[in-house]
Design a protein around this ligand. Structure first.
Ligand code: AHM
Ligand code: MG
Length: 343
């Protein structure tokens, strides 16, 4: 039987034909990003070989410092993205300040924000990790400043042009949206191409009743948050929490990807050590919220839609409740009710 093989490039070209208003420049951004992801994927796959190849004390056989993989991933993405003429500025979880486009390269109309290797503390244990990215359109005037500025980076998720993630797991997958549905591509390592494997991803209906949260922080949460988890666990008996399973990888891209494919509710609330939660609005919560909503799910900070939060700082954190629309709504209603009751 003949099978239709759709590479990422073909998919992008066909989308451009269907939506002629798309400029094509964004396609180049995505293509450059996939090159970076392939390089990161290779490095991630070799992580376990470090000992065999004789690298000790963060120095390799050539006497060079062994780089942390998240720093390596940051540099690979910057190097793959800074010269194409499509971007005016970048922001990375691994860089304190915005990352400018060097003067020797042209600037373009897009802004790229990324978390180069999220969950990288898991790497030694072969647990899936990922790269998360967001693309915005430039809002500052290039006639005034050649390079994009912080203002270009501090845009709400409602203005996202595209977002997505690469998951380096048992296979490597790219999931992204440009606001016209969510599509997934799996890397075929034998040919080095991303092939369409998950067209038009939507949350399953009904989704699995799964909650994901770091329950080790139970004692640090508000009473309202504790009661929400007690309810999901079904502590009081009865039907309310019946059937919710707990799954928590501790690697956001992996936890989100499972939630997207199977359904469920992922939570990283605020706690007494993380008053605004831990996850970053611009590199983690925002891009995943866009994917989530495009797939029919919801994403809030417990009260408000993540995509409507106007960022004030590059590395701003936010609590995150994301997943199956019904469960995210249920969590929000529960927290609002308890807040009104003074819990
Ligand atoms: P990182 O950006 O330093 O890798 O931290 C983000 C990671 C997420 O992947 C994950 O959801 C979260 O931290 C887990 O945090 P915790 O260990 O507090 O549960
Ligand atoms: Mg991160």
């Amino acid at each position: 039987m003949e099978r239709s093989v759709i590479t990422l490039n073909r998919f992008i070209l066909e989308e451009e034909r269907r939506y002629p208003e798309a400029t094509g420049a964004f396609s180049n951004v995505l293509q450059d990003l996939t090159l970076a992801a392939k390089l990161i994927n290779r490095a991630v796959n070799q992580a376990g070989l470090v000992d065999i190849l004789g690298e000790t004390d963060r120095e390799n056989v050539h006497g060079e410092q062994v780089q942390k993989l998240d720093e390596y991933a940051h540099e690979v993405i910057v190097a793959a993205m800074d010269h194409g003429g499509h971007l005016c500025v970048m922001g990375s979880e691994e860089a304190e300040e915005i990352v400018p486009i060097p003067d020797r390269f042209p600037v373009g109309e897009y802004v790229l924000l990324f978390d180069p290797l999220d969950g990288s503390s898991n790497i030694e244990a072969n647990i899936s990790i990922g790269t998360i990215f967001s693309v915005y359109r430039r809002v500052t005037d290039p006639a005034v400043t050649r390079n994009g500025t912080l203002e270009d980076c501090l845009q709400p998720g409602t203005d996202l042009v595209a977002s997505g993630y690469f998951l380096y797991g048992s296979s490597t997958i790219l999931v992204y949206t440009t606001g016209r549905g969510v599509h997934g591509f799996t890397l075929d390592p034998s040919i080095g191409e991303f092939l369409l494997s998950h067209p038009n991803i939507t949350f399953p209906d009904p989704g699995q009743k799964v909650y994901a949260i770091n329950e080790g922080y139970f004692g640090r949460w508000s009473e309202a948050q504790r009661n929400l988890v007690r309810r999901l666990r079904g502590d009081a008996g009865g039907d309310d929490g019946d059937g919710f399973k707990l799954r928590y990888v501790g690697s956001l891209v992996a936890d989100f990807h499972r939630t997207l494919l199977y359904g469920g509710l992922f939570m990283y609330p605020s706690d007494n050590r993380h008053p605004s939660g831990k996850l970053r609005l611009l590199y983690e919560a925002g891009p995943l919220a866009f994917v989530c909503e495009q797939a029919g799910g919801k994403a809030t900070n417990g009260e408000k839609r993540i995509l409507e939060i106007r960022p004030e700082e590059l590395h701003q954190r936010t609590p995150l409740f994301i997943g199956t629309a019904e469960w995210v709504e249920m969590a929000g209603e529960h927290l609002a009710r308890e807040a009104a009751a003074g819990a």
